[in-house]
Design a protein around this ligand. Structure first.
Ligand SMILES: NC(=O)c1ccc[n+]([C@@H]2O[C@H](COP(=O)([O-])OP(=O)(O)OC[C@H]3O[C@@H](n4cnc5c(N)ncnc54)[C@H](OP(=O)(O)O)[C@@H]3O)[C@@H](O)[C@H]2O)c1
Length: 370
């Protein structure tokens, strides 16, 4: 496999180093914005040099962001080159379009590292969905917020102190919005739900609440009740529709979810015959993530189908009006618990935000005394 590599940051440089020990996988050309010395590949500054090189059969996109990453992926597929990417933003926003473009051109598009980092989560969903009926996918999908919540729980530290610390450690970006407001988690949930249910979900349709209003008092409130806050995402079938949401969720402290700490991810699928299967591991980081990028390249070399399975994708609106469950609200310092549908819980939160901009919503495992 002759690879055109786009980007030489955390994941791109690790992927490059992994290929050095892999027979049959050669980074022929790197697209860079700056000079790079000491590499065994050619370094170019224009994507056209990769696009127009007939010897390059696979483009590995590790630039991140929407543009120019989307444009490069689109052009590469059109030029009948396989594409491997870790870019959840692009694949989530252009899922259906990119899959059909790959199919039309008889090439593969793979993005295992886009959800779950180093965990082979998307291929596991695909494998399960091929033989069983998936009922739900859920999990802790963002390492940054999980680190912050774990430390808030362990040390009773404040949200803003932990955010600063996560930024110093390189876990959180200078602009942490995508992580702390749950948008990164939502993109990973959309990719998971699309594969699990053979649908195409618009990410804006999934209600999303992050952790930025969570206080050390909330953490202490939960601790007194043997509960632990995690930022969790869930998509499930109900009737003929799909429910999906992202929000802070309380787990009993003895559960695996509550004990998933630091930057780790824990994702689970629920299927009719398999039951629950969970996957735990590094949800981010250089070599774990780059390993999944390399694994995708290997799958392509083995002759995998254009995406993870054959698709007849339906555009799918989200219906959160169905199943009811207990929710925790906090506004003006007062906690309440109410049994509501997901749609109604998010509606109540929007009303509470009108009287208290720091109002909190969290999913509860069972009704608790307040
Ligand atoms: N980091 C993780 O743990 C992780 C986990 C899962 C998925 N991902 C995904 O992996 C992708 C890469 O993430 P990363 O953490 O490796 O990012 P990063 O460290 O910021 O690296 C990005 C690289 O892309 C280069 N780049 C940016 N725009 C470019 C352009 N227009 N032309 C050429 N090169 C360009 C940058 O160049 P300079 O060196 O010149 O700045 C840098 O080398 C993203 O989609 C991210 O969401 C990351």
């Amino acid at each position: 496999m002759n690879i055109g590599l786009l980007g030489f940051g955390t994941i791109g440089s690790s992927f490059y180093r992994l290929t050095l020990n892999q027979e049959g996988f050669c980074v022929k050309t790197l697209l860079s914005r700056r000079e790079r010395e000491g590499l065994s590949c050619q370094v170019v500054y224009s994507f056209d040099e990769i696009l127009n090189d007939p010897e390059i059969d696979t483009v590995v996109e590790l630039i991140g962001g929407m543009h120019p990453a989307f444009d490069y992926i689109y052009a590469a597929l059109n030029a009948k080159k396989h594409v491997v990417t870790a870019n959840k933003m692009v694949v989530c926003a252009h899922y259906k379009e990119l899959i059909s473009l790959a199919e039309q051109n008889g090439v593969c598009l793979r993005c295992t590292a886009a959800a779950g980092g180093g965990i082979p989560w998307l291929p596991s969903i695909n494998r399960a969905a091929a033989m069983d009926r998936l009922d739900a996918v859920e999990g802790i999908l963002n390492g940054t917020t999980n680190y912050m919540l774990s430390e808030m729980t362990a040390r009773g530290a404040d949200y803003s102190e932990l955010l600063r610390e996560a930024q110093e450690l390189g876990y959180a970006e200078a602009d942490p919005t995508d992580d702390v407001e749950g948008f990164d988690t939502r993109r990973k949930l959309v990719l998971s739900a699309n594969l699990a249910f053979d649908i195409s979900v618009n990410e804006q349709d999934v209600p999303c609440e992050g952790i930025s209003t969570l206080s050390s008092e909330d953490i202490a409130w939960a601790k007194e009740r043997n509960l632990v806050f995690k930022l969790s995402a869930r998509a499930e079938r109900h009737g003929s529709g799909i429910s999906a949401y992202v929000c802070p969720t309380l787990f009993p402290s003895a559960t695996t979810e509550a004990q998933t700490n630091d930057i780790y991810n824990l994702v689970s699928l629920y299927a009719e015959h398999i039951g629950k299967q969970s996957f735990f591991g590094a949800g981010a980081g250089d070599y774990p993530t780059a390993s999944n990028v390399l694994a995708d390249c290997m799958e392509i070399k083995r002759g995998c189908p254009p995406f993870y399975n054959d698709h007849s994708l339906d555009d799918c609106g989200i219906d959160n009006a169905g199943t009811e469950g207990p929710w925790l609200f906090r506004a003006n310092g007062t906690y309440t618990v109410r049994c509501l549908s997901v749609a109604n819980a998010f509606y109540v939160l929007s009303k509470l935000r009108g009287i208290d901009s720091t109002a909190l919503l969290a999913k509860l495992p069972y009704t608790v005394e307040v």
